[in-house]
Design a protein around this ligand. Structure first.
Ligand code: G16
Length: 543
């Protein structure tokens, strides 16, 4: 095998965000762009020599090409073995599992998650470490530093590899093992959940609609829900992964999964609806006529996880990202277990999971997961819900009402203002930051601020500190707003406004969420001078 050492120069802006490096696909396709980032990643982890990696992606446009490049670079950098999904496909949770199962030195996952795919859409690359989780900030900083100092990359001179068949092949002295992307993940799910109970549920006539949104979870959901658990054929829709996800956003929320939402809100819906995202780590849960917010879903799963095989001895603790609602804290308090609050980004859960401090984690952005892997896991959340329903034999609506009657309801919604010019978004945040200490005691739209701060996090395991992780404003009457800029967008800035209003157990829990949150919405817009800065009066996306 001939190795080429190609001279290159640092490319600006290769700083990983909330979850790896995400850019427009054409940017990634530019000369040396992917190569620089991959070489920087290898350099940052002390080289790839004699190391093993998992490589796979969500099948979006440029996935197949990028994988060929990565394999050739891994071989040139001396890696000993690569495990790759057939046709380059691996969901993010499956990749995380494979890293752990085969004790590899890490993995490269190709995806821009819920962002749309195509030559004019988005692409991304993320490095996961040997625990199976997204690289922590120390590693992503080191990668970024390497991107700024790079002067060459190594790549094998070789033809493309055939990844369409399961089996082993070689590139120079590097072994390449092409595996079935679904099988190991399926075994893992079978070890966590009571598949017999779920089979009985389906056999009793309970029906489900799983919308894979033309993304990577299709083959996984087909094999498990229809193949192994006996859900009727056709329960999984949009199941064939497409390079452009059929032109939509593979984002499982009421806006982008509106077909599923419409069905579930119609008079004649299945008992249970679910969707997953581009790379299979996010989930959406919908009951007949009722949408379950991700924050509520996490709380319900925490309260009921003991009904599933893998969690029957209880949870050590629960963690949520800071903007996620307090609903799961209430469950943790009742269970007498730890509840942790981390910055946005699954990478922040890794240390807590590794240390055994928490078992379940979740985020408002439709991510839920547990210590079975080190990523959020869309299909896992769906199966846990199904396991719980199979034991409780209640509808999603009944489970939720019961939960709220016990714990109260945290009305919750996220409002996204997209494609704001970056300098405008930064000015709004900067202005808010400069007024933080004066806000307490002031009223906006009739709502009094009881406290305000900027979230900073000290990891209790390794002591690392992450600052400026979002602005929190608490209002009297148990309401909260959080403002932060997204770290996953590829165009301008996305301002996320997270709204929350608690209603205690004895209160009315059947209000429409947007109505329940209207006062805190108006107060927050006023307080942050939304219209003055952005000219916007309404968000682009409401989840
Ligand atoms: C990623 C991260 C999540 C985060 C989400 C939104 O999810 O893994 O932890 O909550 O982005 O982040 P932001 O608000 O910064 O855009 P995914 O599914 O895109 O990998």
């Amino acid at each position: 095998m001939k190795i080429q050492t190609i001279a290159t120069r640092p490319i600006e802006g290769q700083k990983p965000g909330t979850s790896g490096l995400r850019k427009k696909t054409r940017v990634f396709m530019g000369p040396g762009y992917l190569e620089n980032f991959v070489q920087a990643t290898f350099n940052a982890i002390g080289g790839a020599k004699n190391k093993t990696f998992v490589v796979g992606g969500d099948g979006r446009f440029f996935n197949a090409r990028a994988i060929q490049t990565i394999l050739k670079m891994a071989a040139a950098n001396g890696a000993s073995k690569i495990i790759v999904g057939r046709n380059g496909l691996l969901s993010t949770p499956a990749a995380s599992h494979l890293i752990r199962l085969h004790k590899t030195d890490g993995g490269l996952i190709l995806s821009a998650s819920h962002n749309p795919g195509g030559i004019d859409q988005d692409f991304g690359v993320k490095f996961n470490t040997s625990n199976g989780g997204p690289a922590p900030e120390g590693v992503t900083e080191a990668i970024y530093d390497q991107t700024r100092a790079l002067d060459s990359f190594d790549i094998a001179e070789a033809g493309d590899l055939d990844l369409s068949k399961v089996g082993e092949t070689e590139l120079g002295s590097m072994k390449i093992r092409v595996i079935d992307p679904v099988a190991d993940y399926q075994d893992l799910m079978a070890s966590l959940f009571d598949f017999d109970k779920i089979r009985e549920l389906f056999a009793s006539g309970f029906n489900v609609r799983f919308d894979a949104l033309h993304a990577v979870t299709g083959p996984y959901a087909k094999a498990i829900l229809e193949g192994e658990l006996g859900a009727p054929k056709g329960s999984v829709v949009n199941a064939v992964p497409l390079k452009d996800f059929g032109g939509g956003h593979p984002d499982p929320n009421p806006v982008w999964a509106h077909e599923l939402m419409d069905l579930m809100m119609s008079g004649d819906s299945p008992d249970f609806g679910a969707a997953s995202d581009g790379d299979g780590d996010r989930n959406m849960i919908v009951g007949r006529g009722i949408y379950v917010t991700p924050s509520d879903s996490l709380a319900v799963l925490a309260a009921n996880a003991h009904l599933a095989l893998g969690y029957k001895s209880g949870l050590s603790g629960v963690a949520r990202s800071m903007p996620t609602s307090a609903a799961c804290d209430r469950v943790a308090e009742k269970l007498g277990i730890l509840s942790a609050e981390t910055p946005t980004g699954w990478k922040f859960f890794g240390n807590l999971l590794d240390a055994g401090r928490v078992t379940l984690c979740g985020e408002e952005s439709a991510g839920t997961g547990s210590n079975h892997i080190r990523e959020k896991d869309g299909l896992w959340a769906v199966l846990l819900w199904l396991n719980i329903l199979a034991v409780r034999r209640q509808s999603v609506g009944e489970v939720l009402s019961d939960h709220w009657a016990n714990y109260g309801r945290d009305y919750y919604s996220r409002h996204d203002y997209e494609a704001i010019p970056t300098d405008v978004a930064n000015s709004l945040i900067h202005d808010l930051r400069s007024r933080l200490t004066d806000l307490k005691g002031q009223s906006f739209a009739g709502l009094k601020v009881s406290d305000a701060d900027e979230f900073s996090y000290r990891d209790p395991v390794d002591g690392s500190i992450s600052e400026k992780q979002g602005i929190r404003i608490w209002f009297e009457g148990n309401a909260r707003a959080v403002l932060r800029l997204s770290g996953t967008g590829t165009e301008g800035a996305t301002l996320r406004v997270y709204l929350e209003q608690y209603a205690p157990p004895e209160a009315d829990h059947q209000l429409d969420a947007q109505s329940a949150l209207n006062t805190v919405r108006v107060a927050t817009a006023d307080l942050c001078r939304m219209e003055e800065f952005t000219g916007r009066t309404n968000p682009d996306v409401v989840t």
